[in-house]
Design a protein around this ligand. Sequence first.
Ligand code: G4P
Length: 539
Amino acid sequence: MANGQQLTAVKIMTLIEEINRRRTFAVIAHPDAGKTTLTEKLLLFGGAIHIAGAVKSNKIKKGATSDFMEIERQRGISVATSVMGFDYKDVKINILDTPGHEDFAEDTYRTLTAVDSVIIVIDGAKGVETQTRRLMDVCRMRNTPVMVYINKLDRPCKDPFDLLDEVERELQIKVRPLAFPISSGPSFKGVYNLYEHNISLFTSDERQTANASTVDIDDINSKEIDAIIGERYANQLREDVDLVEGVYDDFNREDYLAGKVAPVFFGSAVNNFGVRELLECFIRIAPSPRPSTTETRAIEPEEAKMTGFIFKIHANMDPNHRDRIAFMKICSGTFERNKNYLHVSSGKQMKFSSPTAFMAEKKSIIDFAYPGDIVGLHDAGNFKIGDTFTEGEKLKFTGIPSFSPELFRYIENADPMKFKQLAKGVDQLMDEGVAQLFTSSLNGRKIIGTVGQLQFEVIQYRLEHEYGAMCRWEPISIYKACWIESDNAEQLADFKRRKHANMAKDKHDRDVFLADTSYALALAQEKFPDIKFHFTSEF
Ligand code: G4P
């Protein structure tokens, strides 16, 4: 073999090994279920941090929503913890953080486009909550493999079988418990690991360490169990395990990878309990980087040529450096520092001299990155969410949709001298994915659509502080924005004529119907059967 060929062969081998040992995922939850706590404990296991309390919650506490300093702080922190990488038993784990506040849900949805699997945290006393349901809808759209961690077993919880039924019903996914709790609240004894056949005994003094004592159980009928947890709980456990084995099919990894069944674990994150079992199982069954879809073809991670897309853009909160960090997910090949890549949307070649990787609390400049990794790129305001980088091929990744916003306001210029600044600011904030911009077909006025109230405050604040522009909000009554299309050109033209006052264009000049009420939307759907009304921008 010629030298060049040998080198290529080595590179490909390394690439395949690196792909196989990567797990890129997000922890998602309704606020307060324990996402931050669990993330921290996972990092603790990986040795990425050494003491509990190192990962700051990036959520904005209730009541502080109008405190702009709090917003600044929150944004500053979330950049540091946006991606947390660490090695555990030779597996490279990348946890992508998602904002805790539900007003930033859109950010979370987008982050989910960059992960290969998710862990959902559920509060065992509260069960499935609204935000969990919504996030699961996004996972379902992409068949993302899901594991469930039912948390706070040290508090009185709902009955475990009721919880499992609730997850199945509310999240519309089959479940398969791989661990089962022995009581909860003050009498919580521990969890029985159905696949390792051992009991992890609960003690609440494990906060700082990563070890729980476990007892291997050869036979669930062994009297040893009675001696450890008491006869009453031992009998209950036997009944429960019988029921689990009788009711649920054996765990099937293929079904998990296809997003059809979710393995379920129970524990108490704050006590670092049940986390090791979760992590051990995770590294065994969770997928390494999966193929990605583009408008033209599927991209396999093993392909030698580098491809990647930007799923998140973060403004630098230092007022002296208003540059941004763009987060790129590597989809295939090996990313190299100082190598030229095609920025597909501008057609320009670009190279990066200081791409960053994120290891726990630290950022560091890297020379190489592999599929599944997230690389932070310095951005002087040229990048947009969804931008693709390749070694020359003109690709556009799909599956990074905008979601129909829920709150709308007209945005007006409040300082006539600063028109340009306002336009630039709005443009860049929209590229960052802070909100969506629509232009009314009726009067050409600009409408901003968001998923949360807080975004309006963030936009106004950032326009003023980063762009020196002033804006004013004016009310507009819209129930929902939906993207419309139809093969029936005549019906589409008729619809647009009749609904002229409710029509708008999005940033990409596509037709959007702004329905005043749910009734108006239902009526439109009924009267114009050939028109498709889409609630995400990708269809
Ligand atoms: P989030 O990121 O999903 O919003 O939740 P987070 O981890 O911040 O946890 C929310 C609250 O729940 C925290 O309490 C946390 O300590 C608590 N918690 C997490 N896991 C468990 C658990 O297993 N058992 C119990 N009993 N509580 C748990 P907090 O009072 O809001 O904050 P803090 O003062 O404890 O930090």
